[in-house]
Write a protein that binds this ligand. Structure first.
Ligand SMILES: *[C@@H]1O[C@H](CO)[C@@H](O)[C@H](O)[C@H]1NC(C)=O
Ligand SMILES: *[C@@H]1O[C@H](CO)[C@@H](O)[C@H](O)[C@H]1NC(C)=O
Ligand SMILES: *[C@@H]1O[C@H](CO)[C@@H](O)[C@H](O)[C@H]1NC(C)=O
Ligand SMILES: *[C@@H]1O[C@H](CO)[C@@H](O)[C@H](O)[C@H]1NC(C)=O
Ligand SMILES: *[C@@H]1O[C@H](CO)[C@@H](O)[C@H](O)[C@H]1NC(C)=O
Length: 162
């Protein structure tokens, strides 16, 4: 009986912060794939298990990650390990002026609350994903100074005007 009771207690403890843990885990998974992650050294569970306290991360009053702002922070990496599914409340993603390379995954369309997307001044290549056009809340999109190929997807014309 006793071990079972302890297990129940643990389960209860784990259940409560499940949302922020998922977001923290998603951010840490991405961090692990970054070369020169000095600027996000505060992204660590030993610092705080609450990602809201990490540098460049802002949360809503309800504790969801709503902004990631890492402009000009020498971040060198890709979106391969960026879990767009785990950050549903993100309204602002500013990773401009860094060393991001690789492509923008079409799953960026999972960020359905996104209003501001700035990936300008990086080394991204490939196509501009047409799925960006389905980000119905997007107000400000900046993709300048990268190395994209192909046409500007017509789907971007679906984006609302300010
Ligand atoms: C923990 O995070 C805070 C907020 O970003 C930062 O000021 C502090 O330096 C961090 N501490 C360590 C040990 O990284
Ligand atoms: C980027 O950061 C570096 C070092 O922190 C600084 O010297 C440089 O002026 C910054 N560049 C821009 C465009 O903000
Ligand atoms: C960025 O990381 C890649 C490896 O992923 C490396 O080839 C490249 O030299 C790095 N760029 C800089 C400026 O450190
Ligand atoms: C934040 O995300 C959670 C989980 O997906 C959702 O229940 C909640 O409504 C979202 N809040 C906003 C403001 O979108
Ligand atoms: C951009 O792409 C072209 C052709 O694929 C390549 O030759 C060039 O080196 C790339 N530039 C940068 C800055 O990655």
């Amino acid at each position: 009986m006793k071990p079972f009771y302890i297990l129940l207690c643990l389960f209860h403890l784990v259940i409560i912060p499940v949302e922020s843990e998922t977001e923290a885990e998603a951010l840490l998974k991405w961090k692990e794939s970054i070369v020169h992650a000095n600027s996000i050294s505060s992204w660590s569970l030993t610092n705080s298990s609450n990602p809201c306290k990490w540098s460049g991360v802002t949360c809503s009053t309800t504790g969801y990650v709503v902004r990631i702002e890492l402009h000009n922070t020498s971040i060198n990496g890709t979106f391969e390990n960026f879990d767009f599914f785990s950050l549903p409340n993100l309204t602002k993603l500013d990773l401009s002026n860094n060393l991001l390379h690789g492509t923008i995954p079409s799953t960026i369309s999972m960020l359905t609350n996104l209003k501001f997307l700035n990936l300008g001044c990086n080394k991204l290549h490939g196509i501009i994903p047409p799925e960006i056009g389905s980000l119905s809340k997007l107000l400000d999109l900046r993709l300048n100074n990268n190395n994209f190929t192909g046409p500007i997807p017509f789907q971007l014309s679906w984006l609302q005007k300010r």
